[in-house]
Ligand binder design. Structure first.
Ligand SMILES: Nc1ncnc2c1ncn2[C@@H]1O[C@H](COP(=O)(O)OP(=O)(O)O)[C@@H](O)[C@H]1O
Ligand SMILES: [Mg+2]
Length: 577
């Protein structure tokens, strides 16, 4: 007989358990994830001695037939992966088919399960591996798993367990992380018969889940983040810098509803907070990234705690941007924003600004994008001073570059001063819109817009049938302006390519409108307007000056197509008089 032999199945499972089951919290994580994968709406976790004594997980998911339950205890048995192609479309927590046999090989394991509507169920029991004992059981409307005396047959492992308090903390973390990734599922965690954490299903109000995890104290400090890019969405909740922690426990990242640890993502968040945190403090940030599953490999870590992105830089960049934008716009920064950038705003200006703001607050259209008209109407009420608006229908060349940037107004406009001594309020979004319009139009005329490269991510958009037909019907016309769409089936369209200026703009905000537009010029108009709405309003003095100057190069060319740049031009003489 040769020296090389196959290992017995039980030993294989125990070896696997070494990777997958490190501590009670690993069991809690794997089993609760299975419950979520099984479509549970409620998951209850009961622990004794911090999970070292016993772990019970009860769910109301789809359960298993007897045959499936038996198979589920075999190594590499899973219902979640069919072929290697599926490996690049993973949306479930599990897919490796390792957890149940591994856990059963290092504990006293009992599984009771029944399928919906079944009148009876199945009980399978295993002690430290081997074949299960099969019994009939009452129907439980889901699955209940008891894992007692973890590592009873692997004393070396047991020694590595930390103090029970520490193990309990890990179990809590496992549940709260899963709960954050799945606000639609209700969770309850009990220890020694007492509920220590619980949160009802909060799918409609994910912030409630965030507060349930971070604590009520965090609530008043939370800001919502949201960044939509082609094929990539970043959402979540971050705390303003006055609410920090001494460790990084409040900094959590999720990818496609899976908690992951990722140095690059963490650094991107920390960088965004950079100057605003006191030394030695860590930010609180719950960041949820969703992207095409093909753009992220989840199969790089036995506990699936790490992932590999096809394009880590753009993911980090989007996360950084999401956090920075929210921090910049946060109310607590307003005072600071105006500080250093604001030269001595003259007394007359201050008065005019105050009235402008008072007017603006009464006008709901004020913050609405693309409502140039409504905005102007609200501003030209007779009570607003004596100044007459002068509009930039035909600005002279060099007009914008000559404006001197003074300050940001209401986090929406720029306050500038013209050489002629008037106070000119400009709309930075309109500036960006014009510059982008001009760039797109120029490439269109040269014929290079239609031949741009495909981007790495493709976005999928679900649309109502009429809109989908309209978009697909306009495919050739969209291609002319650099937008490539394709029927994805199942009521959605794929977006394979967009001009670079649009890559960071949520396609659902412009695609249908662009498809419906009359001609290429109108389509470019729609895209430019949407892209312009993302203009960075809170800028440094130099950035504002540079953007005003850039506008001079294109102003005359595009004024007919664009939203108005000069919102108000108030001659100082009028203000004095
Ligand atoms: N709570 C549960 N409810 C229903 N089915 C379950 C449950 N837990 C496990 N299963 C079934 O058992 C299979 C094996 O589970 P597991 O060993 O964790 O591997 P994986 O989750 O990677 O598929 C799952 O694919 C699933 O079909
Ligand atoms: Mg699993």
């Amino acid at each position: 007989m040769g020296r090389v032999r196959r290992l017995p199945a039980d030993l294989i499972n125990q070896i696997a358990a070494g990777e997958v089951v490190e501590r009670p919290a690993s069991v809690v994580k794997e089993l609760a994830e299975n419950s979520v994968d099984a479509g549970a709406t409620r998951v209850t976790v009961r622990l004794t001695r911090s999970g070292c004594g016993g772990i019970t997980i009860i769910d109301d998911g789809h359960g298993m037939s007897r045959e499936d339950a038996l198979t589920s205890l075999e190594r590499h048995a899973t219902s979640k992966l069919l072929d290697s192609d599926g490996l690049f479309h993973i949306m479930t927590k599990g897919f490796r088919g390792e957890a149940l046999p591994a856990i059963a090989s290092v504990s006293r394991f009992t599984l009771v399960t029944s399928e919906p509507g079944a009148t009876s169920g199945t009980r399978l029991s295993i002690e430290g591996g081997g074949a299960p004992v099969v019994e009939d059981a009452p129907a439980v409307g889901g699955t209940r798993i008891d894992v007692d005396d973890l590592f009873f047959n692997v004393p070396a492992r047991r020694k590595f367990l930390k103090r029970e308090a520490t193990e309990l903390l890990h179990c809590e973390d496992a549940i709260t992380r899963l709960a954050l990734a799945h606000p639609e599922v209700g969770f309850s965690l009990e220890h020694e018969g007492k509920e220590i954490w619980a949160s009802p299903p909060s799918g409609a109000e994910p912030m409630q889940r965030a507060i349930a995890v971070l604590g009520k104290e965090a609530a008043p400090h939370l800001l919502t983040i949201e960044e939509r890019r082609l094929g990539l969405t970043v959402t979540g909740f971050i705390a303003a810098p006055e609410f920090t922690l001494s460790n990084a426990r409040g900094l959590m990242t999720f990818v496609n509803h899976r908690y992951v640890r990722d140095r690059g993502l963490t650094s991107a968040i920390q960088r965004a907070y950079q100057d605003s945190l006191p030394p030695g403090r860590q930010p609180v940030a719950l960041v949820f990234i969703e992207l095409d599953p093909r753009a992220v490999d989840v199969n790089v870590h036995p506990q699936k705690l790490e992932v590999r992105f096809a394009d880590p830089r753009s993911v980090q960049e989007a996360v950084g941007a999401a956090v920075s934008v929210a921090l910049k716009a946060a109310p607590w920064r307003q005072g600071g924003e105006r500080g250093p950038e604001t030269p001595q705003v003259q007394a007359q200006y201050a008065q005019a600004i105050e009235r402008f703001l008072a007017r603006a607050q009464g006008a709901p259209a004020f913050l609405e994008p693309a409502t140039g008209l409504a905005l102007d109407q609200s501003l030209s009420r007779p009570s607003f001073g004596t100044a007459r608006p002068t509009l930039d229908t035909a600005p002279s060349r060099g007009y914008f570059g000559a404006l001197r940037f003074l300050s940001v107004l209401a986090r929406r406009f720029w306050l500038t001063e013209s050489p002629a001594g008037s106070l000119v309020i400009v709309d930075p979004r309109a500036i960006d819109e014009r510059v982008i319009w001009s760039a797109l139009a120029t490439r269109f005329q040269k014929g290079t817009l239609a031949s741009a490269e495909r981007s790495l991510f493709s976005a999928r958009l679900e649309l109502p049938p009429t809109e989908r037909d309209r978009v697909l019907g306009a495919a050739p016309a969209l291609l002319e302006v650099g937008v490539e769409v394709e029927d994805f089936g199942k009521g959605s369209v794929s977006l394979l390519r967009v001009p670079a200026e649009l890559e960071h703009v949520d396609p659902s905000s412009w695609l249908v409108e662009a498809a419906a537009a009359a001609d290429a010029s109108a389509r470019i108009g729609v895209m430019a307007r949407r892209a312009g709405l993302r203009a960075d309003v809170l800028v440094t003095h130099d950035q504002a000056q540079a953007r005003l100057a850039a506008l001079d190069d294109v102003a005359a060319q595009v004024h007919a197509h664009a939203t108005r740049v000069v919102v108000r031009d108030l001659p100082l003489l009028d203000l004095e008089g």
